[in-house]
Write a protein that binds this ligand. Structure first.
Ligand code: TRP
Length: 347
């Protein structure tokens, strides 16, 4: 997708004053450096600027993992642990367990009337994901997850959704659904904007364009340093470089792309120069990178160790956040029903 083309769904922070962010992840396993570069480090920054809600989308995780619902609880815990380790501050960010807010499912049902099946079938992200996963047929739930994602955003009245570029079609769809809702029922739901993180996707250790758990080419935030060291050691570099004195091409080297993501200006420049001129071997270059990543992860590991010793605090944070979110969600669903003239109250 080309970011240069004007896209009405992309936020312009210089033009509008946004207030509330909602973003989320499917809890499907440990988060890795790709998540850190692609979203986590941005969230840590954004939580100081916006009221931030982070949704652990366990129902959405079921769209692809419905055979193993029993794994969700552990994965929710791990996601929260990764967030907190990275520096998501529970005083600034509200972390929510999606399945504990049934109002989201209710709103999903109302929204599902406002979109026909074809645009979902043609949604490029759905298509790519279905292909990657080898789905020949799509379940109703999987096909509809962008509708439920629209409800995630709308129920909390978020105006800004920080996501990777692959999620842009979903934000466009969310805007369409909300607009239709407002037009039809004279509603006041907020049409959200996407805040796109422009940092390129982190490549996998094997040179694949995308770091991903399912490709087995990831460095997890929770990996120990010995494991990280050996993973870095085995990472793909410029294949044509045999000796340290060979002139290399950093542009095709995974390790260099990691330097660009994590190292400081000076080390990035030095690495590029030394590689191009055969003045550094890949082994040494990898050691430098390991040093940088170790420094990045050390404070995270400290927080991780703290929370692992105080697991109860994680559940407290999750439940407190979810309770706060629940208040907003039940107000919104009440408004939605009033707007639709279907609000009836039990005696
Ligand atoms: N679809 C997102 C992903 O796969 C996760 C998600 C669920 C989300 N609900 C959301 C993202 C709401 C942004 C807003 O990563």
């Amino acid at each position: 997708m080309d970011l240069k083309t004007e896209n009405a769904a992309i936020a312009d922070e210089s033009k509008f004053r946004y207030k509330r962010i909602l973003t989320g992840d499917r809890p499907t396993g440990p988060l890795h450096l790709g998540h850190y570069v692609g979203s986590l480090r941005n969230r840590v920054r954004l939580q100081n600027k916006y009221e931030t809600f982070i949704l652990i989308a366990d129902i959405q995780a079921l769209t692809t993992n419905f055979e193993h619902p029993e794994k969700l609880q552990e994965n929710i815990f791990l996601a929260a642990l990764d967030y907190l380790s990275c520096g998501i501050d529970p005083n600034l960010s509200t972390i929510i367990i999606q399945s504990m807010i049934p109002e989201i499912s209710e709103l999903t049902t109302f929204f599902s009337m406002l979109i026909s099946v074809n645009p979902l079938k043609h949604n490029p992200t759905i298509k790519t994901e279905a292909k990657e996963r080898g789905y020949k047929e799509l379940t109703y739930g999987f096909l509809g997850y962008p509708v439920s994602q629209t409800a995630d955003i709308a129920i909390f009245k978020a105006d800004l959704v920080p996501v990777g570029i692959d999620q842009l079609p979903h934000i466009e769809l969310a805007r369409k659904i909300v607009r239709k809702f407002n037009e039809l029922y004279n509603g006041k739901l907020i049409e959200p904007f996407a805040l796109i993180d422009k940092f390129p996707k982190l490549a996998g250790l094997d040179g694949n364009l995308k770091m991903s758990k399912s490709y087995g080419n990831a460095i997890n935030l929770s990996d120990g340093f010995d494991l990280i060291k050996s993973k870095i050691r085995s990472a793909l570099t410029d294949k044509n470089r045999i000796h340290p004195t060979d002139k290399g091409n950093p542009e095709i080297c995974t390790i260099y792309s990691y330097h660009r993501a994590f190292s400081g200006e000076t080390l990035i420049k030095e690495t590029e120069y030394n590689c191009k001129n055969g003045k550094i071997g890949c082994v040494k270059c990898k050691e430098n990178l390991f040093g940088v990543i170790k420094k990045l992860l050390e404070p995270m590991n400290e927080r991780r160790a703290y929370y692992l010793n105080n697991k109860g605090e994680i559940w407290d944070i999750l439940l407190t956040g979810t309770a706060k979110a629940k208040v907003i969600a039940s107000e919104t669903i009440k408004e939605v029903k009033e707007t639709m003239k279907i609000l009836y109250t039990l005696p």
